[in-house]
Ligand binder design. Structure first.
Ligand code: HSE
Length: 419
């Protein structure tokens, strides 16, 4: 006997993912989920579905008592905020893929869904087809989770892959847009903001930390310079945009989105194109790796469908880690091993580094490798200078306890010949 409940869906958005969901549900009658209405913005566009299905009246859906699930797949995060919060107040559960909406309003959305006794699922918002949120929520529901380190944005990974195959940046970005991977404002992808939004969501489910994406140190791929690619080639590294969170013994969580040089032995090395990959490290299991398509119609639809299916048995995120007795705190009290390239020494203050290991200078570009305190990096003017490229070196997070005493700083700068 099945205890699954029937779902009557009001779908918002009929774009790359919305249309994908419509198609997949047509082919999956066993789910007991039927789309009753689809709310669209532009009534005049030709759609691949029965015209009766569409409406531009979103209140019509939100006030329809038969609709018990809202699937929100629109692009505009502020409109989505209105739809989702109204749906909660009308006691409708919501499935969403809108990482920007979720990351920017997470605290409020958690409270509101609990207040109204509804469920809010968003597996598709992070890493497309990879079931990362439910794994963090259900399987890693204890204190053993040491770190997560992943490629969480498909577009930038696609662009970096194509550049390494010889395409130029603009053409690679255009292709990512044509394939439906990129955000409608691709600056969100290439500036690392989409990855910071996803990391914000991951932090809640991994460590019970509810923060804002703006609080996280983040940088995208727009600053990467040809000289950085040369450096990577020379050392047999790949450059990847990584989102990371690592627990230190005191319960402080180091977290950032930054380009990183990745060695061949890392599982992230072979994550190419629009694929995403996340390495999860736990105390007992050591490293585990989740890998799959991170963007595109059907990979994203697969996560939305999984959420819809989970709602047929009333699944909810419990956010257990938010109620943990001893809270984890986000902290920039750690060090990073970085490579920094720039055009002129005037652009970067070498005294911001605890230690300098390498310094290289050509007519075209200079670079330095060394160790910097994360909070100092965040506060350094040069970190925000568009002509300066910052890339984390392999195994680049260093806990405070492991850092060489400050007195060595001056000496190491001298040895590197940059004082
Ligand atoms: N623009 C996003 C990406 C879509 O490229 O990862 C999937 O979240």
């Amino acid at each position: 006997m099945s205890t699954h409940k029937n779902l009557t869906i009001g779908l918002f958005g009929f774009g790359v993912v919305g249309e994908g969901i419509y198609q997949v549900l047509q082919q999956t009658p066993s789910l007991n989920a039927r789309i009753k209405k689809v709310c669209i913005r532009h009534a005049y566009k030709k759609r691949n579905a029965d015209a009766d299905l569409f409406t531009t009246d979103y209140n019509g859906i939100l006030n329809d008592p038969e609709i018990n699930l809202v699937v929100e797949l629109i692009d505009d995060a502020e409109e989505a905020y209105k739809i989702v919060t109204t749906a909660f107040r009308k006691k409708k559960s919501v499935v969403s893929a809108n990482k920007k909406l979720i990351a920017e309003h997470l605290a409020e959305l958690i409270l509101l869904q609990q207040e109204h006794g509804v469920s809010f699922l968003y597996e598709a918002a992070v890493c497309g087809s990879i079931p990362i949120i439910r794994n963090l929520e259900e399987y890693y529901d204890n204190d053993l989770l040491q770190s997560i380190c992943g490629i969480v944005n498909g577009s930038t990974n696609y662009i970096l892959t194509k550049i390494s195959e010889g395409l130029n940046y603009n053409d690679a970005l255009l292709k990512a847009q044509q394939l439906g991977f990129a955000e409608s404002n691709p600056a969100l992808d290439v500036e690392g903001i989409d990855a910071a939004n996803k990391l914000t969501i991951l932090l809640a489910h991994a460590y019970g930390i509810v923060t804002k994406p703006q609080q996280l140190i983040h940088l995208g791929i727009t600053r990467l310079h040809e000289a950085d690619a040369d450096f990577a080639r020379e050392k047999n590294y790949e450059v990847k945009l990584t989102a990371q969170a690592r627990k230190s013994p005191g319960g402080k969580i180091a977290s950032f989105v930054l380009p990183q040089f990745v060695k061949e032995e890392s599982q992230l090395f072979n994550v190419k194109n629009e694929y995403n990959g996340v390495i999860i490290e736990s105390k007992l299991a050591d490293k585990q790796f989740l890998y799959g398509k991170g963007a595109g119609r059907y990979p994203t639809s697969s996560a939305v469908i999984s959420d819809i299916s989970a709602l047929t048995y009333d699944y909810r995120y419990e956010y257990k880690k938010l109620r943990r007795h001893e809270k984890y705190v986000l902290s920039n009290d750690y060090y990073l091993k970085v490579y920094v390239s720039f055009n002129d020494w005037a652009e970067v203050n070498k005294w911001d580094f605890e230690q300098v290991n390498e310094f290289h200078s050509t007519d075209e570009r200079q670079y330095i490798t060394g160790i910097i305190y994360a909070e100092k990096l965040k506060n350094a003017d040069w970190f925000y200078d568009p002509s300066v490229s910052v890339i984390v070196l392999p195994n680049g997070i260093i806990e405070k306890e492991n850092i060489i005493a400050k007195s060595v700083k001056k000496l190491s700068l001298q040895l590197a010949g940059v004082s």
